[in-house]
Design a protein around this ligand. Structure first.
Ligand code: R5P
Length: 270
């Protein structure tokens, strides 16, 4: 009989993503194409990612973009998105299923896999039981599962009661860490979730300062980091922006300090 506990492989993979030196993580997601197609400024993923590689802790993407577009010699650990099967023009974004096997995740040397759940939708049961099934398989191989509390087009769902419910359910089903959204009263979301919580950035905000404030507020409220994509690579100055976000996540910079850094760095960018 197999005895399960947080074994060496699981700990090692998680520590490649959530850095032990600060207990924090800056994940750069470029998986948006799995349902959005060629998202603005992600049309050529390698061109977008290459200059950002020195500043990220992990890269989140699908196997197709990993194989086709990413240099296998990169050092960054990979969080492999393994759910999908929907598109922005289809009937229901919540109708996701497992799209990539655990063997494929091992073959690609993934440090974690990411799976979306859609609590409160018609596909709640399907996505939650698939998450549990994925956790069962991944635990056998020491691969942490990142649950993504997805809201689809219903961005108004991003409030504490709903997100706390979704994050807790994800943890109860065995997710080793959770990605959700920042919201007012975010402390309650973190408090009710016994595994590390990271926030997504969401759609590009009007200013870099707003995104830095969101990251800062989330960290202050107990998030271990950010999985921030569009607010970094859709910025006109993505390198300056990721460095500013990094200062917030790993160095405790305030939004103003980080924004000052962004302003000083952006002048040196092409
Ligand atoms: C979206 O469906 C993807 O899972 C993204 O990884 C996630 O939303 C985080 O990216 P962003 O900061 O652009 O919202």
């Amino acid at each position: 009989m197999m005895v399960r506990f947080m074994d060496w492989g699981m700990k090692n993979r998680l520590s490649r993503i959530i850095k032990p030196s600060t207990g924090r993580s800056l994940v750069l997601p470029i998986d948006h194409g799995y349902f959005q197609g060629p998202t603005r400024r992600l049309e050529n993923p390698w061109r977008t990612v290459k200059p950002l590689l020195p500043y990220l802790d992990a890269l989140m993407l699908t196997r197709g973009i990993l194989r086709s577009s990413i240099d296998p010699q990169i050092e960054a650990p990979i969080i492999l998105r393994v759910s999908g099967g929907t598109s922005i023009i289809g009937p229901a974004l919540s109708d996701e299923a497992i799209t990539t096997s655990v063997v494929e995740a091992l073959r690609l040397n993934a440090s974690a896999v990411a799976f979306s759940i859609y609590v409160g939708t018609e596909h709640e049961h399907q996505t939650l039981t698939s998450l549990a099934h994925l956790v069962d398989e991944c635990e056998d191989y020491g691969i942490p599962v990142l649950a993504v509390t997805a809201v689809g087009r219903e961005l108004e769902k991003r409030e504490a009661r709903y997100l706390a419910l979704s994050c807790r359910i994800a943890a109860e089903l065995g997710a080793r860490f959770v990605k959700t959204y920042y919201c007012e009263g975010f402390e309650k979301v973190v408090e009710g979730c016994p595994v590390p919580v990271l926030i997504a950035g969401g759609p590009k905000m009007d200013t870099e300062l707003e995104a830095l404030e969101t990251a800062y507020n989330a960290i202050q409220a107990g998030a271990v980091g950010v999985v921030m994509g569009r607010n970094i690579w859709q910025s006109d100055h993505p390198v300056a922006m990721i460095r500013a976000v990094r200062a917030v996540v790993h160095e405790g910079a305030t939004p103003k300090e980080a924004h000052d850094l962004f302003t000083s760095l952006k002048t040196g960018e092409p």
